[in-house]
Structures are given as structure tokens and as C-alpha cells.
Design a protein around this ligand. Structure first.
Ligand SMILES: CCCCCCCCCCC/C=C\C=C\C(=O)SCCNC(=O)CCNC(=O)[C@H](O)C(C)(C)COP(=O)(O)OP(=O)(O)OC[C@H]1O[C@@H](n2cnc3c(N)ncnc32)[C@H](O)[C@@H]1OP(=O)(O)O
Ligand SMILES: NC(=O)C1=CN([C@@H]2O[C@H](COP(=O)(O)OP(=O)(O)OC[C@H]3O[C@@H](n4cnc5c(N)ncnc54)[C@H](OP(=O)(O)O)[C@@H]3O)[C@@H](O)[C@H]2O)C=CC1
Length: 324
């Protein structure tokens, strides 16, 4: 705690500062921002709730399924690879004691989505929580992209999210059941980004879809929110976006909190947004990136590299300038 003193000597307020780095002499900001893992919400927050998570077998989808299951939810995870889903479902349910069902579903195919929802309804009913997390992506100069390459990403990300949302939305409306919809996009959905253009275009489309439905379907008891994660190590993402590992250090260097995110951190935010604690939250777009986006955006942020001695010199030069 640090007190701010007024000139009168009176204490104005007390501010809590993050703990200093553990390693003395370390200049890495990550020491200030240690991740907390473990479920953040009270136990039982999702008791009697059913959650449907696309791409729930791997990476961030797996982490979100784990936290929801720890908090009492029954979960259904769906993607193309049934063996991967079944392994994850078995591991999570044996740890949490709550049911996790694995259903094969290619979200690019609206009929497959309808069949998957039929199977979920037969097993457990309609969901209270829907997380559109499935995605495809790869780095590629846009002039090298084929129409099929474009389709392979946009079909999963934009059409897949739309097919899942339409299928479940219509059935929930028919059943007069409210639900929380969450989409996982990315920070460049807002800025755009070269070299991942199909993903940028599709994720921007997902954001428009979810913001639009937040306005239109609130009357049916549906909330729609979006998380834009920054870099979080998963095999699926890093093997396709930094296959040689060359860019990781420069990426971490531009993140003000000095580290990558952790799947469990993202999962806690997703659980909060999907929970009753967030029942007044709809249409929100939450950037969750350790500060990477603003760090890349600010024109002067590279001045972090200027040393104190260099600042002395710069200040003298600036102050020595007379006139315009
Ligand atoms: C300064 C650099 C910083 C680097 C930072 C690194 C880390 C950054 C982390 C931050 C990440 C931010 C956002 C992340 C968003 C994500 O979505 S990550 C999730 C990634 N996960 C996945 O992609 C999993 C699923 N993916 C797949 O299944 C496949 O990759 C694919 C291609 C999307 C779909 O598979 P499939 O349908 O089987 O498709 P294919 O038949 O294999 O291919 C279809 C067409 O696409 C062409 N293609 C495929 N790969 C490439 C490539 N690498 N380059 C060019 N073209 C490619 C393929 O040739 C096919 O087209 P044609 O038939 O015309 O040949
Ligand atoms: N990791 C990161 O740094 C970031 C990730 N994100 C987003 O987070 C989410 C999860 O990514 P991450 O966990 O890293 O990567 P993964 O590759 O692990 O996750 C992608 C998931 O999507 C599933 N999937 C792909 N295609 C389809 C399909 N046609 N139908 C159904 N499911 C499909 C995959 O399963 P299967 O192969 O079995 O179909 C896989 O489980 C994505 O939306 C991604 O865009 C955003 C920003 C940063």
C-alpha cells in the first residue's frame, strides 16, 4: 500500500500496488503480474447448468470446459476429432466428478450442427451457456491464399459461429429459455492484421454478429458477449502462427505485463461472463491481452527503450530549443 500525502500532511488515499518482482534486479514486468490459476467463482456457480463449448477438446476450449465443470456445470464439447474430445471429456469429468459429453460436429456444416444439437438435447437438454470457440487460422501472405484457403478459415470462424448460434438460438427461443452466448475472437478483429486476413475478416464478422444479436435477442433472454484474447500458448495457435518460434520473444517484449496469458486466466473470465454474476452484461467486447493492443497502437511507446541518461540528454535538447 502506498499513501498519497497532501501538502497539509493529511493522507489522501491509499493505493494498492502490485507486488514487486520476486527476482531482485529483474527488469521483466512479468514478476509483477503472476497468473492466478484455479476457479475464481464460488463453487457451484454453474450447478444445474449445461454448457456447450465448440472446440472444447483442446487449448482454450479445454481450459474453459475444465473451469465450468469445476464450478458444477454439465458440459458438452463438440468439434471434428471425436477421439481428442473423448480423451478430454474423460480427463475433465474424472477430475471434477461432473458429466462431460463429447460430440462430433463440423461447425462448417449446418446439418451436422443440427444433428449435434439433437444429440445434446437427447442427452442433456438445451444449454444455458454457449461458447463459440472453434476456429481455424494460419499465417500466409494474402497474395498466396487460394479461394479454398480463404474458405477453410472463414467457414469455421464466421459461418461456424453463425450456424451454431442460429441453431441454438432458434431452439432456445422456441423453448422460451434464456442463455449466455460467448464468442472468442482476437485483438486484431478490431484493428485488422496482415498475414492472417481470413481470420481477421471472419472474427470481425463474429463480433458484428454478436453485437447485433445482443441488441435483437435480449427480449428472448439471451446475452451475447465477446472476449478478444491476446497471445496464450496453445499447440493449435502457435503451431500455425509461429511455427518456428522465431516471433515469441519480440511478442512478449511488446506486452506491458511481460508474459503470455494462461489458458486458466482466460477460462475464469469466460466463466464470469457466462455466469449469473454477469447477468447485466451483454454486447460487451472485452480485450484480454496483457496490454498488447494499446502497446502496439501508441506512436510513442517505443520510447520505453530510452535509458535515463538518454532522457537527460533529450530533455536538455528540448529545453534548449528556442522558438518554433
Ligand atoms: C509477428 C508474428 C507474431 C506471431 C505470434 C504467434 C502467436 C500468436 C498468438 C496470437 C493468436 C491470435 C489469434 C489466433 C487465432 C486463432 O484462430 S488460433 C487457432 C488455430 N487453430 C487452428 O487453426 C485449428 C484448426 N485448423 C485447421 O484444421 C487447419 O489449420 C485449417 C487449414 C484451418 C483447416 O483444415 P482443413 O479443413 O483440413 O484444410 P486443408 O484441407 O488442410 O486446407 C484447406 C485450404 O487451405 C490451404 N492452406 C492450409 N494451410 C495453409 C497455409 N499454411 N498456407 C497457405 N494455405 C494453406 C490449403 O492449401 C487448402 O487450399 P487449397 O485446396 O487451395 O490448396
Ligand atoms: N491461443 C491464442 O493465443 C489465441 C486464440 N484465440 C482464439 O481462441 C480460440 C481457441 O484457440 P486455441 O485453443 O488457441 O486453438 P486450438 O487449435 O486448440 O482450438 C481450435 C479448436 O477448434 C476446433 N475446430 C476447428 N475446426 C473446426 C470445425 N470445422 N468444426 C468444429 N470444431 C473445429 C478444433 O478441434 P478439431 O480439430 O477437433 O475440430 C480445436 O479444438 C479460437 O477461437 C482462437 O481464434 C484468439 C486469440 C489468441
Amino acid at each position: 500500500m502506498a499513501a498519497v500525502m497532501l501538502s497539509s500532511g493529511r493522507k489522501l488515499l491509499q493505493t494498492r500496488f502490485p507486488r514487486p518482482p520476486v527476482r531482485s534486479g529483474s527488469a521483466r514486468p512479468s514478476g509483477f503480474f503472476a497468473p492466478s490459476e484455479g476457479a475464481m467463482l464460488p463453487a457451484g456457480s454453474f450447478r444445474d447448468r449445461l454448457a456447450f463449448i465448440t472446440g472444447g477438446g483442446t487449448g482454450l476450449g479445454r481450459a474453459m470446459t475444465m473451469v465450468l465443470s469445476q464450478l458444477g456445470a454439465r458440459c458438452v464439447i463438440a468439434s471434428r476429432k471425436l477421439d481428442v474430445l473423448q480423451e478430454t471429456a474423460g480427463e475433465i469429468s474424472s477430475q471434477t466428478g461432473n458429466q462431460v459429453h463429447a460430440l462430433q460436429c463440423d461447425v462448417r456444416d449446418p446439418q451436422a450442427v443440427a444433428r449435434c444439437v439433437d444429440q445434446m438435447v437427447a442427452l442433456s437438454g438445451l444449454p444455458d451457456v454457449i461458447i463459440n470457440n472453434a476456429a481455424g487460422n494460419f499465417i500466409c501472405p494474402t497474395e498466396r491464399l487460394t479461394p479454398n484457403g480463404w474458405r477453410s478459415v472463414t467457414d469455421i470462424v464466421l459461418n461456424g459461429t453463425a450456424f451454431v448460434t442460429l441453431e441454438l438460438g432458434k431452439r432456445l427461443i422456441q423453448a422460451q429459455k434464456g442463455a449466455s452466448f460467448l464468442a472468442i475472437t482476437t485483438i486484431y478483429a478490431e484493428s485488422g492484421s496482415g498475414f492472417v486476413v481470413p481470420s481477421a475478416a471472419a472474427k470481425a464478422g463474429v463480433e458484428a454478429l454478436y453485437k447485433s444479436l445482443a441488441a435483437e435477442w435480449g427480449r428472448y433472454g439471451h446475452r451475447f458477449n465477446i472476449i478478444q484474447p491476446g497471445p496464450i500458448r496453445t499447440k493449435g495457435a502457435f503451431s500455425r502462427l509461429d511455427p518456428t518460434g522465431t516471433f515469441e520473444k519480440s511478442m512478449i517484449d511488446r506486452i506491458p505485463t511481460g508474459r503470455l496469458g494462461k489458458p486458466a486466466e482466460l477460462a475464469n473470465l469466460a466463466a464470469y461472463l457466462s455466469s449469473d454474476f454477469a447477468s447485466w452484461m451483454s454486447g460487451a467486447v472485452i480485450r484480454f491481452d496483457g496490454g498488447e493492443y494499446v502497446s502496439m497502437a501508441g506512436e510513442f511507446n517505443e520510447l520505453r527503450k530510452v535509458t535515463p541518461d538518454q532522457w537527460k540528454m533529450l530533455e536538455a535538447m528540448i529545453k534548449g530549443t528556442k522558438g518554433s
